[in-house]
Design a protein around this ligand. Structure first.
Ligand code: F6P
Length: 397
């Protein structure tokens, strides 16, 4: 397969940048990131050096120009090429997607994650992820999976997709008992049938799942993976996670192991799902990969050939969460009515997006739905109360 993901399809909408005061992206940098740094400083006894570097990073990203990385971490050469175009330029001119990714990489450098010192390899977000995994809300979500074997086939199909979508709403528990009406009330686009319609068109290849958050969301993703395998939709599943801590709660390989151990320790169906996933990993039927590109500050159109080749061999690729949606569609002010299939036509396999809306990017909506949403809730794109399920197969060549 020759990957031509760099080719621009259709007319491009303007890129979202972080420089417009009061905009969502500006607030992420001026309000959310300082609060997050404070949380990390409360969770770890970081020294004055680390705290000073974090404070300097906040000053730089809100008022300064882009500085280079000053470490020799194994991913340094990737970042050299990913940052070249922006070094020395004001952060306020930078694209939102690029700026957020580089922020997280610089944050790891600031605390010494790649250094020889005591913070080497310490995930600064681990306390938040662990707290969420052991929260009552996650316990309730996991207990609800015990009801799966009692459901008929179609209801089970719908329930696992619903759990995977709403698992992305990190702070709200999935309600397995919710009836179809309330369970789909928050979807602005698509349904589980749209998701399942992708399966079967290209049988034989592995299913790829590009994960987002750890804890409850990752648990729901493992349930979906198990369901794909037990229903015969997939024999082989590849789970893509982040190579480094990223966007606070994004799943790494260590998180996969932590969540899996947690599931296996639980009684009932959820414990059995955990054991089946464990066995699938041992048998090589489930693989976990952490390609460096998953921490790149670029959208998926810029993916390297090796990753593109992997996706090209997939029967279906499932992308989870808001950030992956921004990377899939392009982090742009798309008119919300732009067809999803047109925006993702470059993607080399049938692709599905399961996502709670937490940023301004959205495509694939009907005009009437957009008007209704605008009338009902000015913050519907960003406040994490609505979700979507979108699916598309590449055009036949
Ligand atoms: O975990 P998710 O669903 O990718 O959401 C992360 C989202 O949060 C934000 O970082 C904002 O805080 C968005 O920019 C990003 O897309």
């Amino acid at each position: 397969m020759e990957c031509k993901t760099g080719v621009v399809v259709g007319s491009e909408a303007p890129l979202i940048t972080i420089g417009i005061p009061g905009s969502f992206a500006w607030k992420v940098f001026h309000e959310r990131r300082p609060a997050m740094i404070e949380q990390v400083c409360d969770a770890f006894p970081l020294g004055t050096g680390e705290r000073g570097r974090l404070a300097a990073l906040l000053r730089e990203t809100t008022t300064g120009v882009v500085q280079p990385l000053d470490d020799a971490a194994p991913d340094h050469h990737f970042w050299e090429s990913w940052t070249k175009a922006w070094l020395g330029r004001p952060w306020s001119e930078c694209p939102f997607l690029w700026a957020e990714s580089y922020f997280f990489r610089r944050m790891l450098a600031a605390i010494g994650y790649f250094g020889p010192g005591p913070w080497r390899g310490v995930d600064p977000f681990a306390p938040m992820k662990t707290a969420e995994l052991h929260s009552p809300a996650t316990a309730e979500t996991l207990a609800a999976f015990d009801g799966l074997p009692r459901l008929g086939e179609a209801d089970r199909d719908a329930a696992v997709v619903r759990a995977a979508v709403w698992g992305n709403q990190a702070d709200l528990a999935f309600q397995m008992s919710a009836g179809p009406k309330s369970a789909t009330a928050g979807l602005v686009s698509g349904d589980s049938d749209a998701f399942w319609s992708l399966f079967g068109a290209r049988p034989g290849g592995p299913v790829h799942l590009v994960a987002d958050n750890s804890a409850g969301e990752l648990a729901a993703d493992l349930v979906l993976i198990d369901h794909l395998r037990t229903t015969g939709r997939a024999d082989h599943v590849v789970l893509h996670v982040k190579p480094n801590p990223y966007y606070v709660s994004d799943a790494t390989h260590a998180d996969v192991l932590g969540v899996l151990r947690h599931l296996i320790g639980l009684p009932g169906e959820v414990g059995m799902i955990g054991r089946r996933v464990w066995d699938g990993l041992r048998a090589g039927k489930i693989e976990v990969r952490a390609h460096p590109f998953f921490c790149a500050p670029l959208d998926f159109r810029a993916m390297p050939d090796d990753l593109c080749d992997e996706f090209a061999s997939a029967s279906v690729t499932i992308t989870k969460g808001d950030l992956n949606y921004r990377r899939l569609a392009g982090d742009r002010y798309w008119p919300a009515t732009t067809p999803f299939a047109e925006v993702v036509a470059y993607f080399p396999s049938p692709v599905a997006a399961l996502r709670v809306l937490k940023s301004e990017v959205v495509v694939g909506l009907h005009e009437a739905a957009v008007a209704e949403l605008d009338k009902a809730d000015a913050a519907w794109r960003t406040n994490g109360t609505r979700a979507l399920i979108q699916a598309a197969a590449p055009p036949a060549s």
